[in-house]
Design a protein around this ligand. Sequence first.
Ligand SMILES: CC(C)(COP(=O)(O)OP(=O)(O)OC[C@H]1O[C@@H](n2cnc3c(N)ncnc32)[C@H](O)[C@@H]1OP(=O)(O)O)[C@@H](O)C(=O)NCCC(=O)NCCS
Length: 168
Amino acid sequence: MTDSAEIQFRTPTVTDGPAMWQMAVDSATLDVNSPYAYLLWCRDFAATSVIAEVNGAPAGFVTGYLRPQQPQTLMVWQVAVNAGHRGVGLAGRMLDHLATALHTDGLTHLETSITPDNDASRRLFAAFARRWDAALHCSELFGAGLFPDSHLAEDLFRIGPLRVENCR
Ligand SMILES: CC(C)(COP(=O)(O)OP(=O)(O)OC[C@H]1O[C@@H](n2cnc3c(N)ncnc32)[C@H](O)[C@@H]1OP(=O)(O)O)[C@@H](O)C(=O)NCCC(=O)NCCS
């Protein structure tokens, strides 16, 4: 990505569903859900998701939802950045964009779940907690035994409280 690249963060629409599915496939790390799931996500959870475009082309996305039992907590479900745009802070900026947008509606915490082998993702959320000067609490969410396949355990990262005035 060049310094002059134009980066835009926006709310996804259903026409972004196929590109988000393709980015999940290309990530080679994420659990790939059905194309239908991404369409449904873009219809029903667009306000808690974001798509990043670089020079007008999709370059990354975050999908999330507000927990029904805890609507001040954003659960981040998937984050992906295309290989050619990694390592320059795009994922972090998408998280900042969402947290700042939702903060005005009362968001206080962000959660995500991460497998123990995903260093990039663990560092992404640790860096988010540092930028927001917020505590990060790690616990087990789903043990490996809950998965019917060879899926690793998913650790829950809970970050907060989030105060927009603390975000650097
Ligand atoms: C995880 C992912 C979204 C990070 O995107 P990104 O735009 O490169 O991330 P950022 O540039 O914002 O970097 C965030 C942090 O991760 C670190 N990081 C980025 N890539 C890394 C890698 N391959 N290995 C280790 N750390 C890495 C960065 O150094 C930074 O940490 P720091 O601030 O302490 O230096 C991207 O690697 C990706 O799409 N991976 C495949 C899908 C995936 O695993 N998603 C997460 C699970 S939902």
